[in-house]
Design a binder for this molecule. Structure first.
Ligand code: GLA
Length: 646
């Protein structure tokens, strides 16, 4: 039985050997079995060019090994030391405004600078040679959260090479970018640049290609390190920690094929029940990227960011958050970081060992969680059940992450989260899928604001609809082609026929807009013409009075406004029920995740409410070791059951 990983980023270079000794004792007490070491330790490992100091890391790895703790060894390439910046000023990143940044924070490098690539590969090789066969080594953690952007001349050169490979000649590029607009026609490759700061709105196709290019370039940098480490330590899995945010130029679908294990860092941006919904969202997405297998590499032990404030997680919440990830397939729960730093930029970021020390409520919960986690290991091999998929695509996000759209409120992430939230509220297990994938296994597919749709994706979605599965498409889907150019003839171009509608105009709304079924939309509406479909609900009042707002054509539904939550939930419920998928029926805030392996079904129940709930679920309680035919879950509590489904 594989263990579930428990632990986090461990930064002994910030502490004295006396503290290391205490760390070992506390890690043992907490049941930590994996420590991520060295993420930002380049200047401690190589304080001067070519002069290495490995003693401390030798000692730390041996100490961890001696204490039965395995090591996730990082290459420190996300933060080159100050000497590197001064020796290679051309490897410092340049902003879109032309400002060259200096060291003093982290991620101050240009991924296209030859000096950086060489140095990064060099330190990775040095670490691989020294520690590739260390008995504590469980995994390589290449770099940290790839995502840096630069606009310098190195980048311009690499971008042109990438474009030449993609388009072959300038005529094709000029067509794809529609450079005839605003006299941007290029007559020599030297005229093409990254989207540096310009006078007014940038070219959206250029901006999109730049993010695609950066994703590929960063991936090349990852692959270089990965290949060297693979050669030096065959069989040791190699990963990097994914992060998501609008700023990240990484297409995680493509990257997922290149790592041995998908790993994500996850920090919800809200402290309320939204944090639970976002936790589920990130975990479901990671499971999709990892094709079922993945690892939560970082989460906060305590602090939840909430609009400028950091809220301590209330007792039990760290446990529930961790279980929510594990329930959705993470092979463990890791944190940033083991011990909260006493200085540095993130001195107030929580740690498994808080500033208050081990004699604290927070550490007690860390210890308790460390006791329960191993009891769930048998569920790790079970498949998470999901009959519904939501389509996710970074390119649609990138294509809508810029100016010049019909509303500044257009927000791809919010649209996908909203769709996922309805399913979470209904207690319906959900996967994510790439728009070009085979969707036939799903009973329901939701396509939220999938603005950019390649011909291949359009075909895949059409094929799914033809197969009879319920499909819900929401506004702003199918609008643009792979070059981010608009599909003409009426929106949603790629899906018009399958939806049996034609949208003639977008009508963004300042506030709310009413529908004749009592629902309220906000921010957005459209002039929808029926072309085979029937109206499920119509707009009420205003210019669109009496015109369709929600439509249905056989198994294909269309939602033309940003429905507020209770109404959106009812619509999603109608769609899933049409497919024969049953909502869990649990009280709001009580989630259940089911997983199946052979004839065993696992049920993870998390009670995020302040009320005790009694549920008709039976089976063996994996943690408490008792069998029952119904369970009560305390306020803020949880239970994991195994039941035979034969
Ligand atoms: C990221 C990084 C960590 C740390 C945390 C803090 O995930 O990888 O180094 O900065 O965020 O939120």
């Amino acid at each position: 039985m594989p263990e579930l990983y428990y632990g986090g980023d461990y930064n002994p270079e910030q502490w004295s050997p006396e503290v290391w000794a205490e760390d070992m004792a506390l890690m043992r007490r907490a049941g930590v079995n994996l420590a991520t070491v060295g993420v930002f330790s380049w200047s401690s490992l190589e304080p001067e060019p070519g002069r290495y100091e490995f003693d401390w890391l030798d000692q730390v790895l041996d100490l961890l090994h001696g204490n039965g703790i395995r090591v996730n060894l990082a290459t420190p390439t996300a933060s080159p030391p100050p000497w590197f910046s001064l020796a290679h000023p051309d490897a410092l990143p340049v902003t879109a405004d032309g400002v060259r940044l200096l060291h003093g924070s982290r991620d101050t490098y240009c991924v296209c600078a030859p000096a950086y690539r060489e140095a990064a590969l060099g330190i990775a090789r040095t670490l691989g040679e020294r520690y590739g066969d260390h008995p504590a080594l469980a995994m390589w953690h290449v770099h940290n959260e790839y995502g840096s952007t630069c606009y310098c001349d190195h980048v311009a050169g690499s971008f042109r090479t990438w474009l030449q490979r993609k388009y072959g000649d300038l005529a094709a590029l000029n067509t794809a970018w529609l450079t005839a607009f605003w006299s941007q026609g290029y007559s020599a490759w030297e005229q093409v640049f990254p989207p540096r700061r310009t006078q007014y709105l940038p070219n959206p196709s250029q901006t999109l290609d730049f993010r695609r290019f950066l994703s590929d370039e960063l991936l090349d940098a990852f692959r270089e390190q990965r290949d060297v480490l693979r050669e030096l330590s065959p069989g040791i899995p190699i990963t990097t920690n994914f992060v998501f945010g609008g700023w990240v130029p990484v297409d995680h679908w493509r990257w997922s094929d290149e790592v041995d294990l998908v790993a994500i860092d996850h920090y919800p941006d809200s402290a309320g029940i939204e944090a639970e919904q976002q936790t589920a969202f990130g975990a479901d997405l990671a499971r999709a990227w990892g094709k079922g297998r993945w690892l939560l590499m970082e989460q906060a032990a305590s602090g939840l960011h909430d609009h400028g404030r950091v809220q301590a997680k209330e007792p039990g919440r760290m446990t529930r958050n961790s279980l929510s990830h594990v329930a959705r397939g993470s092979s463990g729960a890791l944190f940033f970081q083991w011990r909260a730093s006493r200085g540095g930029a993130e001195r107030f970021h929580s740690g498994m060992v808080p500033h208050a020390g081990a004699d604290s409520r927070a550490f007690e919960e860390i210890v308790e969680f460390g006791e329960l986690l191993p009891k769930l290991a048998e569920a790790d091999a079970a498949k998470v059940d999901a009959e519904v998929a939501i389509l996710w695509d970074a390119e649609s996000w990138w294509a809508t992450d810029g100016p010049g759209l019909p509303s500044s409120e257009i927000d791809y992430l919010a649209a996908v989260r909203a769709a996922h939230r309805q399913l979470w509220n209904l207690g319906v297990g959900t996967d994510f899928a790439h728009p070009t994938s085979d969707l036939s296994a799903y009973k329901v597919v939701i396509v939220p604001s999938l603005y950019l749709v390649s011909d291949e994706a359009a075909e895949a979605v059409n094929r799914y609809a033809e197969g009879g599965g319920q499909l819900l498409v929401t506004s702003l889907s199918g609008i643009a082609d792979a070059n981010a150019q608009i599909r003409l003839g009426g929106y949603p171009g790629a899906f018009r026929e399958l939806l049996g509608i034609r949208v003639e105009e977008f009508l963004p709304v300042g506030g709310t807009i009413e529908l004749n079924n009592g629902a309220v939309g906000e921010g957005w509406s459209e002039r929808v013409r029926l072309d085979g479909a029937e109206a499920v609900a119509r707009y009420q009042g205003g210019t669109l009075d009496g015109l369709p707002a929600i439509t249905r054509y056989r198994n294909a539904w269309y939602l033309s406004t940003w429905l507020r939550d209770p109404a959106y939930e009812s619509l999603v419920e109608q769609v899933v029920r049409a497919a024969g998928v049953e909502p869990s029926g649990l009280p709001r805030g009580v989630e259940v995740i089911t997983r199946t392996a052979g004839d065993s079904q696992y049920r993870f129940v998390l009670n995020h409410t302040t009320d005790e709930v009694s549920l008709p679920y039976g089976g063996l309680d994996l943690v408490r070791g008792e069998t029952a035919d119904k369970v009560s879950v305390a306020p803020g509590g949880w239970v994991v059951l195994r039941e035979s489904v034969r």
